[in-house]
Design a protein around this ligand. Structure first.
Ligand code: PAF
Length: 276
């Protein structure tokens, strides 16, 4: 696997790649969810590029930018084993040689709700870095996990609205045997918190089953799930049924739906979702 630390090196390598190039952007600390995306990329492209960059722009001032796990050696071995040919791993100076003064500002209806309400500016930071990564690598297809459902929706809209010549492909959330969605932040959980953490997925699953069985009083279901989490020591930010297409509040049971949740367990904020 070739490692590119600069934009110039990445661009030069792009010229010699196969007909269809896939990019899987990550912030590193790779888990099986990322590796599933690399494999999916292999299946839909001739050359696969992964990127690892912990993007300061998407972290709030009180968030975990400094302590976010950086595990490049281990990540590199996992990417090699998954058959990734190119890794773009710039440092901050290579990615942001000057302070970033231009940003992608997603519509507040999409980026100030849910994650955006709890993490102001987060999706602006994500969209800005992803636009930059797409410009640098110029992939034909870019893959993102459904675990970050709102991020995926915002990025799809960015690509559509700016007519970017790239296809966005979504990968399913990969879960531990007990249901917990894989995430780099799971590593922050203590042993007791890790044992408690699958409750979030169980509550999502229970709501999905209830709606599929015909229950359409979403507020009642959301309140019950929220109460259950609070009773077990969680601090929920949201637990809400939304339309898949734009994450707005549905009028009834007839649109395609997803239930999304974010909640703090101790000092760790977990997010998860399930399509209904
Ligand atoms: O999902 C992530 O890991 C990040 O938000 C992304 C898309 C790599 C942008 O920094």
């Amino acid at each position: 696997m070739k490692i590119h630390a600069t934009v110039e090196s990445m661009r030069a390598a792009r010229a010699g790649m196969g007909a269809r190039v896939a990019l899987v952007p990550t912030m590193g600390n790779l888990h099986d969810g990322h590796i599933a995306l690399m494999r999916a990329a292999r299946e839909c492209a001739d050359s696969v590029v992964a990127s690892i960059f912990v993007n300061r722009l998407q972290f709030g001032p009180a968030e975990d930018f400094d302590s976010y796990p950086r595990t490049l050696e281990n990540d590199r071995a996992r990417l090699e084993a998954a058959g990734v040919e190119h890794l773009f791993a710039p440092d901050e100076t290579a990615m942001y040689p000057q302070p970033q003064r231009y940003h992608v500002d997603p519509a507040p209806t999409q980026a100030a709700i849910l994650e955006g309400a709890s993490r102001p500016g987060h999706l602006r930071g994500v969209a800005t870095v992803v636009l930059k990564l797409l410009n640098i690598v110029q992939p034909d297809v870019a893959l993102f996990g459904k675990k970050d459902y709102q991020q995926l929706m915002v990025l799809r809209n960015m690509v559509e609205q700016f007519a970017l010549p790239v296809e966005i492909v979504a990968g399913e959330t990969i879960r531990a045997a007990d249901g917990l969605a894989l995430s780099s932040r799971n590593g922050y959980l203590s042993a007791d918190e890790r044992a408690e953490a699958p409750r979030l997925a169980r509550q999502l699953n229970a709501l999905v089953k209830a709606v599929r069985a015909g229950e359409c009083d979403f507020s009642r279901l959301e309140a019950a799930a929220t109460a259950e989490l609070i009773a077990h020591g969680w601090l929920p930010d949201y637990f809400t049924v939304r339309r898949r297409i734009d994450l707005q509040i549905p009028q009834g049971c007839d649109s395609e739906l997803v239930v999304l949740a974010a909640a703090r367990l101790g000092r760790t904020r977990l997010i998860d979702n399930m399509e209904i």
